[in-house]
Design a protein around this ligand. Structure first.
Ligand code: HEM
Length: 483
């Protein structure tokens, strides 16, 4: 009893029986949590139906969790959805911090997503960008509109598929559809977990549907695995599947991979890498269209770096601080992964409060990057705040741009530390050059004229609520010169 009386959990809003704090959660979840934290503090605990979670909402507390207590929070909550599928125990994103996760992480960093691997696949990204750009030229010539949400999703999916297994798919859309369905069903399932028994009531049948989808995915991946296995060494392209198969065949590898491990890894990166990049590019274009001055300033920077005849390339980006600032500002205001989900291993103290072992921990990246204590005019899109000369905008003493590679926890769109996003450099490479190319070559008009409706969509990932349908109008066609 003595121990219990001393237990000092983080503060919590008043709750109701059974549902706990469920009634306080609106449709835009990161925003709801942000509101609660503004009232009850940067570290709160919430009871959502059956489960208890702690919510982290400012940079200081995020630093304690992701840096000071990094090892203790190196785990992810286990949702029902990750338990009973085909690849049980093989998923990387939800793997407990242990030998398997460490091995896969090392493979990611040194091989699969390393900068030399990314460099080797530059041609894939350039070809896919060219295909995308040419489709916009055609739209422009025919005065047709296009749905950028769809375009960007197919684009980032094609890049990932080709990097993963050397090809987009015979039925181009299959993985994209799988990802979409998986997200849809998976989100419902994990909400069911988060929201406990009440949430589960309307989930009847979803688990079964998800299993069917993963089954289809498995079938396709198996075809590609066989094809890769039967290839002669000289035909190997060194794609991710080749790299993983090499480990799979190596009897002396630190960890013996199974076929399921390989397939689960691909499922993981398709899930983690497709929508996140696509949603970021959608928000970037939405902000560009609504801020024509920013778009013009960016276009001027691009022109001054690449000149009047060539299409911008990835290698130009390092010379474009304003482009980098524009993309950072999108990631700040519209993080496509608004939560980093962690779980504690042991009891610990955070911000003076007791946190028990196995506590679900949501780091509200969205709220942290909109915290008025950290940012001036946090709700506004102001890329200039990330430039070296931004003292004024940032309210004085500290350069926000110093955050690069450092540990300023005000800006953590890719999470932080051991469990941080291993795909961040790939994502940045794709997003930066793509936005640059779209701004360099086209004027963008919204269907119906006027501005883009920036309403945020509901659910966990905060995308645009409505499709981004635009008319591209060619102002520079690099392909006429190059072809
Ligand atoms: C704009 C694009 C992206 C954003 C905003 C993003 C964001 C994030 C965040 C916030 C996390 C959790 C980090 C943490 O817990 O500290 C994460 C994890 C992860 N991301 Fe990304 N990501 C993006 C793109 C990608 C891409 C392109 C890939 C793969 C090619 C990828 C693969 C992963 C994986 C595998 C994890 C789990 C890592 C682990 O558990 O160790 N992400 N991402």
């Amino acid at each position: 009893t003595n121990e219990i009386s001393k237990f000092n959990p983080p503060p919590s809003p008043p709750s109701l029986p059974i549902i706990g704090h469920l009634h306080l959660i609106g449709s835009i979840i990161p925003k709801s949590f942000q509101k609660l934290s503004q009232r009850y503090g940067p570290l709160i605990h919430l009871k959502l139906g059956a489960s208890t979670s702690i919510i982290v909402s400012n940079a200081q507390v995020a630093k304690q969790v992701m840096k000071t207590h990094d090892l203790n929070f190196c785990y992810r909550p286990q949702f029902g959805s990750s338990h009973d599928f085909l690849y049980k125990g093989s998923y990387f994103i939800t793997a407990p911090y242990g030998p398997y996760w460490r091995f896969m992480k090392k493979l990611c960093v040194t091989k699969l997503l390393s900068s030399s691997q990314l460099g080797r696949f530059l041609h894939i990204r350039e070809q896919e960008l060219e295909i995308l750009m040419k489709s916009f030229v055609v739209c422009s010539n025919e005065n047709r509109s296009t749905d950028l949400c769809l375009d960007f999703t197919i684009f980032s999916n094609n890049i990932l598929c080709r990097m993963a297994m050397g090809t987009t798919l015979f039925d181009k859309d299959i993985i994209r559809c799988l990802v979409r369905e998986f997200m849809h069903v998976g989100a419902k399932l994990s909400m069911g977990e988060v929201f406990g028994p009440l949430g589960k009531l309307d989930l009847f049948g979803y688990g079964k549907k998800l299993r069917k989808i993963v089954g289809e995915f498995d079938h396709i991946l198996e075809i590609f695995l066989k094809e890769h296995e039967e290839r002669n060494i000289e035909d190997c392209q060194g794609d991710m599947m080749d790299v993983l198969l090499e480990v799979y065949r190596n009897p002396n590898a630190e960890v013996r991979l199974t076929r399921n491990d390989i397939k689960a890894f691909f499922l993981d990166i398709f899930l983690a890498g497709t929508d996140t990049s696509s949603v970021t590019m959608q928000w970037a274009m939405a902000e560009m269209i609504n801020n024509p001055n920013i778009l013009r300033k960016l276009r001027a920077e691009i022109k001054s770096v690449v000149g009047p005849t060539k299409l911008v390339r990835e290698s130009d980006v390092s010379k474009m601080p304003y482009l980098q600032a524009c993309v950072k500002e999108v990631l700040r205001l519209h993080p496509s992964a608004p939560f980093a989900l962690r779980q504690s291993a042991e009891d610990c103290k955070i911000n003076g409060y007791d946190v028990k072992a196995q506590t679900r921990t949501l780091i509200n990246v969205y709220a942290i990057m909109r915290d008025p204590q950290s940012w001036v005019n946090p709700e506004e899109y102001i890329p200039e705040r990330f430039l070296d000369s931004a003292d004024e905008i940032n309210g004085g003493d500290e350069h926000v741009s110093k955050m690069d590679g450092g540990d300023d926890f005000r800006f953590i769109p890719f999470g932080f530390g051991r469990r941080g996003c291993p795909g961040s450099s790939l994502a940045l490479r794709v997003i930066e050059v793509t936005i640059a190319a779209l701004v360099q070559c086209f004027e963008w008009e919204v269907k119906g004229g006027g501005k883009v409706d920036l309403e945020e969509g509901s659910s966990f990932s905060v995308g645009l609520a409505k499709p981004l349908v635009c008319y591209p109008v060619t102002c520079f066609n690099p392909f006429e010169v190059c072809d």
